[in-house]
Design a protein around this ligand. Structure first.
Ligand SMILES: Cc1cc2nc3c(=O)[nH]c(=O)nc-3n(C[C@H](O)[C@H](O)[C@H](O)COP(=O)(O)OP(=O)(O)OC[C@H]3O[C@@H](n4cnc5c(N)ncnc54)[C@H](O)[C@@H]3O)c2cc1C
Length: 226
């Protein structure tokens, strides 16, 4: 784990309140992250905030952050100017991709996107592309959707891939209406060995309970909630 500094080098609006932010961090080469790990920003004394890496290289990392209007930390990060330097620690966390040649199912909502996306990139990097892979991801409405093209493009690199996008509050073509939890049925999960879950505590709890009720052993389920 590194205690270091990193500099904002690009910022892109993905939706009305979600931003893609890339940081230069030359130190990263000394302790490369694993897909699914996170960085902790030390914004001020007593104000630390953690963000999962959505992707990384040897010297940069990219985050996908929702700017919480009434929040104390996310707005400082999302409103930063290019070149702003932050202090923090990384890589942190145990919600990491398993280097196993088995089918993997990624299920998430909202800001839970980042680690799951990073883990999918990790599958390609580690050549874990022969087995079935699913990305089941939900947001509230069409204006909240981001990275749909990127997910489709990554999907073409897997032999068997399915992207199942959900909208919980709108009925739109090409989207399932409802919650990602609805997708967890005996039929839908039959092809998958490992399950990676990330989203709100209630989403993760419901998904774990449903998987357990369908006979999936705890050892096959990995999760992070926030
Ligand atoms: C390991 C880990 C990884 C994380 N990765 C990401 C990530 O990749 N992207 C990301 O955006 N966040 C991520 N988070 C959440 C992040 O750390 C902050 O909690 C979040 O940005 C809110 O911080 P804040 O200071 O703006 O709000 P706070 O001051 O902490 O909260 C203010 C109010 O906003 C509410 N609130 C907090 N989060 C949300 C939300 N998402 N939507 C609506 N209301 C909210 C709180 O309940 C509270 O009432 C992660 C958290 C952890 C622990």
């Amino acid at each position: 784990m590194l205690k270091t500094t990193f500099t904002l080098i690009t910022k892109t609006d993905l939706t009305h309140d979600v931003y893609e932010l890339t940081y230069s961090c030359p130190d990263l080469v000394r302790d490369p992250p694993k897909p699914g790990q996170y960085v902790m920003f030390q914004l001020a004394p007593g104000l630390n905030r953690s963000y999962s890496l959505a992707s990384f290289t040897l010297t940069t990392f990219t985050l996908v952050i929702k700017r919480v209007e009434e929040g104390k930390g996310s707005y400082i990060i999302c409103d930063a100017e290019m070149g702003q330097v932050f202090s923090g620690m990384l890589p942190l966390g145990h919600f990491v991709l398993r280097d196993t040649p088995v089918s993997k199912c990624f299920i998430g909502t909202g800001t839970g996107f980042a680690p799951l996306y990073c883990q999918m990139l990790g599958c390609i990097e580690l050549w874990l592309i022969q087995s079935h892979t699913a990305f089941v991801f939900g947001v509230r409405t069409l204006v909240d959707v981001f990275y749909a093209d990127e997910i489709q493009m990554i999907g073409t690199q897997f032999v068997h891939f399915q992207y199942v996008p959900y909208l919980s509050r709108e009925d739109k073509p090409d989207f399932q209406k409802g919650y990602v939890i609805d997708w967890i049925t005996a039929e839908n999960i039959a092809d998958y060995v490992e399950f990676y879950l990330c989203g709100s505590p209630i989403m993760v709890k419901s998904a774990r309970e449903k998987l357990e009720a369908l006979g999936i052993a705890n050892e096959r389920v990995f999760w992070e909630q926030y």
